[in-house]
Every structure is written in C-alpha cells, then in structure tokens.
Design a protein around this ligand. Structure first.
Ligand code: 13P
Ligand code: SF4
Length: 374
C-alpha cells in the first residue's frame, strides 16, 4: 500500500459563480452541455440534490454508475456528480485518455475515510496470525482506490450495496474466512442474509486496534477455527441516524406503513424493516407498489424527497423526522458543475481524479470481478 492518493484541496470558485441566479445557472449549464456534445457525459448518484441531478445523463446507484462509467466509449470527459470514491472507481474503469472530473474535490465520504491503509494492514496481520492463513478480502466500493488495490493483490473482490450478498457468497465459497470492510453494518446485514451466525463473526475495533467477538454474539473469546467473517467497524453517519424506535413510532401512528431501509443501517433497524436494499432497490420497491400505500424510507433525504415528488399517488416520508442529507454529496453544487464545464469549454480540465498507475492496475481486478458477479 505504498502509493499515495492525490491531496485534494478545492480551490475557491471565482466570485461570478456565487452571483448567478438559478435561471442563469440552468441556462449556462444546459448551453455548455450542448456545446460539449458527445465529448461529455454527466453521471449522477441518487443522493445528489435536484438542482444537480437534473443535468445527469445517467442517474443511478453505485453499481449502475460504475457500469455506466465502464461503458462510456465516446465521451472524453466524464463529470461525476457524486463523491470521491465513485470518481476514482470511474477513473479506474475508463481509458487513460478519458478524464473523470469531480466538480468539488471536497466531496469525500466519511465512511471511506474510516479505513486508512496502514490500519487495514494492522488488522490484516492480526487476522492472519489468529487464523493461521489469509482471509479473502471483500471491500465495499465506498473505499479508497489504494484499498481496492490491496484487495486486488489478495485475490478479493469489490461490492456495492446492490451485490454485497452475491460477492460475500462468492468469497465464502472460496475461502474459510472473509474480511469485509469498511462498513460493519452492510457486512453484518449481508452475513445474516447468508445465514452466518453471529458467533462466527469478529469485529475489528479501530479505536482499540484489535479484534473482538460480534456484539450480538454470546461468546467472549475468539476462536480462529470457528470464525467465518471479519468486519471492519466503519459506518455511514447518514444511515446511522435511523433507529428501531423511529420504526416503532411510525408504525404506532400509521400501522399500514411499510418501512424500507438501506443496508448501511444497523442490524436492529434492518431486522424490523419490511424491506432492505440499495438506493436502486428502494426506488424500484416504492415506485412499483400500489397507489395509496404508505412508505417510511430510511436513506438519504434527497432521494426520499424525489421519490415522494415522483410518486404523488403514494404517501412517502423519511423515517427520520430530523432530516439529514449526506453533507459531502451536497457539496456538488450547480455552481461547481458550471465552473467545471466552463473550464472544459476553454480547453482546461479542472478537478481531474487520477488514480496512480500501480493502484489502478491492482484495483481494476476486484472491480472487474464485482461487475461479473451478479
Ligand atoms: P448505493 O448507491 O449502493 O445504494 O449506496 C449508497 C451510498 O451510501 C453511496 O455512498
Ligand atoms: Fe458516504 Fe454515507 Fe454519504 Fe454514502 S451517504 S457518501 S456512505 S457518508
């Protein structure tokens, strides 16, 4: 894990962008897109705000966007309206002559930052001495390219919340143990679906720098021969806001409510929900439900609000009354998007995300594996 990723500092935008009205922004972004034509593709994640997502040529969850990035033959510029790890993934999956641009470099992901490469190395050493061998690593796409390269070097695979189940199954069919990181909750929820008992799960506690039994299990001491899964204790601060009490409260008020949540929510929440899946799954489940149904949705607020607007025949609310958007996704503004486009029109590529060659080469393998495991 020797290669360093880019140091990301967003430069302030020229003042003129702050002074533009919403109409001027819309008009100039539309005109710039038209001028750049097929040289440009804009990809947008479901958590982007309305003022930005409306300009996306392709809108999707992490898996869909990775697939679309990999399929772009014509575009020379791919503007990624999402967060840093998504843009890095797109850079790895595209040709070197295609530039991937993140409109605001400060759009990171706090969960991805919870797994620094050196700490993963320490965790790896402790696991290998406990089990007397190597686990097969599975890394959530919400992670740095450097970690994906680590996974590639050890024969593992990347997953998203859409295919975590298939990828973890793939890993556990090939090895006695797997290491899943950085999201503890997606890892545990997936393991439960696969029928792995808590007693066979250990958690790497970052603050303690050691492995401990899964908090849901009754065992006190780890036995390397019985374990099947190691989880890294990272989390998404947006999805950690959802609680079992919120589900009970809404069902108390409106017993007919169906609850659908993202698998980054803790196990106690997913266990009570009627359905659980990626952003794409949530959209499909709610959109295809009969008119008049009532839904409480446990995921990022921009997606929930859009879902409510696009399905006026249903009652759709957020599970969390104190609404919290993903603050880093929110950093992508129409002003930043226009600034990136204006620079392209003047022949300059700003905010290009470039993964160093060695990481790129190794990270490609587990990403390609992810795209083939359905
Ligand atoms: P999906 O796009 O896989 O649903 O993941 C949501 C998320 O938190 C992205 O950061
Ligand atoms: Fe990261 Fe959570 Fe935001 Fe997704 S929603 S980008 S996991 S902080």
């Amino acid at each position: 894990m020797e290669e360093q990723s880019q140091l990301l500092i967003q430069q302030p935008l020229p003042n003129e962008y702050a002074e533009l009205t919403d109409e001027e922004l819309d008009h100039r972004i539309t005109a710039a897109k038209a001028k750049l034509g097929k040289k440009l593709v804009i990809l947008g994640h479901h958590y982007q705000r309305d003022e930005v997502i409306k300009f996306a040529d392709f809108r999707g969850d992490s898996l869909k966007l990775a697939r679309w990035a990999a399929q772009q033959d014509e575009a020379l510029y791919i503007i990624f309206c999402g967060v840093h790890f998504m843009a890095e993934t797109a850079d790895i999956l595209t040709r070197p002559d295609q530039a991937v641009i993140l409109p605001d470099l400060s759009a990171g992901c706090s969960m991805a930052d919870m797994a620094p490469a050196e700490q993963v190395g320490e965790c790896w050493d402790e696991i290998t001495s406990l089990i007397n061998g190597e686990p097969l690593p599975v890394c959530y796409i919400n992670s740095s390219a450097e970690l994906k390269a680590f996974v590639g070097r050890h024969g593992g695979a990347v997953c998203t919340s859409s295919n975590a189940h298939s990828v973890m199954k793939w890993a556990l069919e090939r090895a006695q143990t797997a290491l899943f990181f950085p999201d503890e909750h997606l890892g545990r929820n997936t393991a439960v679906r696969l029928g792995i008992p808590f007693e066979q799960i250990a958690v790497w506690r970052r603050s303690l720098g050691k492995l401990t039994p899964d908090p849901h299990s009754a065992i006190k001491n780890l036995d390397g021969d019985r374990l099947r899964l190691f989880l890294w204790n990272g989390y998404c601060s947006v999805h950690m806001r959802f609680t079992p009490e919120q589900i009970e409260r809404i069902r108390g008020q409106f017993p007919e409510t169906q609850v659908v949540v993202h698998p980054e929510c803790r196990y106690e929440v997913t266990r009570l929900a009627d359905a659980c899946g990626s952003t794409e799954f949530i959209i499909k489940t709610v959109s295809e439900s009969p008119a008049g149904t009532r839904w409480a949705v446990g995921t990022e607020i921009n997606l929930v609000s859009r879902l409510a607007q696009e399905n006026p025949d249903k009652i759709i609310t957020t599970l969390d009354e104190i609404v919290c958007p993903c603050s880093t996704m929110y950093r992508i503004s129409p002003q930043h998007l226009l600034w990136a486009l204006d620079n392209l029109l003047e022949g300059r590529v700003v905010n290009r995300i470039t993964v160093p060659d060695e990481s790129r080469e190794w990270a490609l393998k587990p990403l390609e594996r992810m795209l083939t495991i359905v």
